[in-house]
Write a protein that binds this ligand. Structure first.
Ligand code: DGI
Ligand code: FE
Ligand code: FE
Length: 193
């Protein structure tokens, strides 16, 4: 296997619990497969998948402390739901602890929870792989979403965001404005297609 990936894999394993590590490997291979299918860079997709949740297993108060210490801005919704911070903290760790300098990989990690309007293919692939990897507990519409992932990245993103927003709303979980911005962007894009 690719030596660079193997090295990152050994390191990230130390910071994740067993379930999160299994999920991480699922996302890495799924992202690699999506990159093959859509003609994107396979190594970038795999590294994005491998590191996307590298900051997940840190307690919420510690996430906030690390952000403050390193001048990483915290939004109101993130202060109330520190779990959201694992995406931007993950990008920060990828750069500073795993020596990733590629902006496409860093952006993919940073946007993997909320998405972002007008994403690159690597961002879309990591976002989608996070939801559809084989270990993920079944979501509603999983078979449709998995098929769409290998047919049309934008349609798949739109469908995933629609389902995520209705899930968050039904459970009265505060929505990150960026999740809604992403949804509106892809809704518009679908209507123009
Ligand atoms: O880290 P994972 O569990 O693999 O997946 P993820 O990074 O997509 O995070 C999922 C969690 O993020 C889930 O508990 C729902 C939450 N989430 C996603 N979008 C939003 C959100 N939480 C809030 N408060 N607002 C959002 O817009
Ligand atoms: Fe995540
Ligand atoms: Fe994840």
């Amino acid at each position: 296997m690719n030596e660079r990936i193997e090295k990152i894999q050994r390191k990230v394993k130390r910071y994740l619990d067993e379930n999160r590590y299994n999920h991480t490997l699922g996302v890495m291979y799924t992202a690699g497969s999506l990159a093959m299918c859509h003609g994107a860079n396979i190594e970038k997709a795999m590294i994005g998948g491998l590191l996307h949740d590298c900051a997940k297993c840190i307690p919420g108060d510690k996430k906030i402390r690390i952000c403050k210490k390193n001048n990483i801005p915290i939004k109101e919704v993130e202060m109330a739901n520190p779990g959201l911070l694992h995406a931007k903290l993950g990008a920060y760790f990828a750069e500073t602890k795993y020596h990733i300098s590629d902006t496409e990989i860093l952006d993919a990690i940073r946007s993997h929870t909320t998405g972002q309007p007008d994403m690159t293919d690597i961002q879309k692939i990591v976002y989608i792989a996070d939801f559809i990897e084989p270990n993920r507990r079944p979501l509603p519409n999983m078979p449709v979403v998995r098929k769409l992932a290998f047919e049309d990245l934008d349609k798949c993103i739109y469908r995933l965001l629609e389902d995520s927003l209705s899930y968050l709303k039904s459970r009265k979980i505060p929505i990150d404005p960026q999740t809604e911005e992403t949804y509106n962007f892809y809704k518009n894009k679908m209507e123009l297609k």
